[in-house]
Design a protein around this ligand. Structure first.
Ligand code: PEP
Ligand code: MN
Length: 293
């Protein structure tokens, strides 16, 4: 007999009871990163940095700007999946060396580090340095990878696949809990729809998912507007809207010289844009009784 009595695209009462009971449990989940950084409380932490850990010089520049702006978490990947297989001459993965760079950044600036784990074979090295392990959207349902990452017992950012329903997204998060890890931060990063309003804009930011998740789930939800629209000029408005939607954190791509970014040069904000956005975000946060450092 088929067990899947009522397969649905969106979450049903039966799903909450039988398929995703733990991720939707009514216990309030705050994901603590350190003494003064938590996701799911009044303060909305910002995670910012370039796409890749391109060089030590770049990461020092970025870290200095973050510290100046009271941002406590730096992002940067050393192992990267690319949508297309051809790499620009500028682009190379720094891999283990990139993680050594992140180590020195941690020590020099006291920042927390987010790095994506693309494959199980890189996990050991990344886990030595990263404070938060990111599961990229393309790997949302790579359950073998999820299992190994869960075992590390570190906070995990689970990015929603761009073709995933809320139901499948929470299903993947439920797997992490079953694999033994409850330190889950859910991340919306844009979905594929037939049109995204401009040829340079690849996904549509689904902010509706923030209140939808909050209605049934007490885990923190963060938003990554940069990877959604791919178009730096639109990132500030989408970020402001993300905070207004009630999100618990943000991922923003930032680069001292976006044109020179080895990957997706149209996407990152430069320092000036980032710094002025942060000031505007503080006002929106205040208006809904939240806070941004
Ligand atoms: C990223 O964070 O750099 C990234 C590639 O994200 P996503 O998996 O959402 O595309
Ligand atoms: Mn990126």
């Amino acid at each position: 007999m088929l067990n899947n009595k009522e397969p649905t695209k969106d979450v049903s009462k039966d799903d909450i009871k039988n398929k995703i009971p733990q991720i939707t449990s009514s216990l309030n989940r705050v994901i603590k990163i350190s003494k003064n950084i938590s996701f799911g409380k009044k303060n909305i932490p910002i995670i910012a940095g370039p796409n890749g850990v391109e060089s030590e010089k770049l990461m020092h520049k970025v870290a200095k700007n973050l510290v100046k702006n009271k941002v406590q978490i730096i992002r940067g990947h050393s192992y990267k999946p690319l949508t297309f297989p051809y790499r620009s001459k500028q682009y190379f993965e720094t891999q283990d060396k990139g993680m050594d760079i992140m180590d020195s950044i941690k020590k020099s600036y006291g920042l927390k580090v987010v790095t994506e784990v693309t494959e199980i074979r890189y996990l050991e090295r990344i886990n030595k340095t990263a404070d938060i392990l990111q599961i990229g959207s393309r790997n949302m349902q790579n359950f073998e990878l999820l299992r190994e990452i869960a075992k590390c017992n570190k906070p995990i950012i689970l990015k929603r696949h761009f073709g995933s329903s809320l139901r499948d997204f929470l299903g993947a998060a439920e797997h992490l809990i079953v694999f033994g890890n409850k330190k889950i931060i859910l991340c919306e990063r844009g979905v594929s729809i037939p049109h995204t309003h401009k040829e340079t804009s690849r996904f549509a930011l689904d902010l509706q998912i923030v209140p939808a998740i909050k209605e049934i789930c007490k885990y923190p939800v963060i938003v990554d507007p940069s990877h959604a629209c791919f178009w730096a000029k639109w990132v500030p408005s989408l970020t402001l809207a993300s905070v207004a939607s009630g999100c618990d954190g943000l991922i923003i791509e930032m680069h001292p010289n976006p044109k020179k970014s080895a990957v997706d040069p149209l996407q990152p904000l430069n320092f000036k844009e980032f710094n002025s956005l942060r000031l505007k975000l503080k006002k929106i946060a205040k208006s809904i009784n939240r806070n941004i450092f």
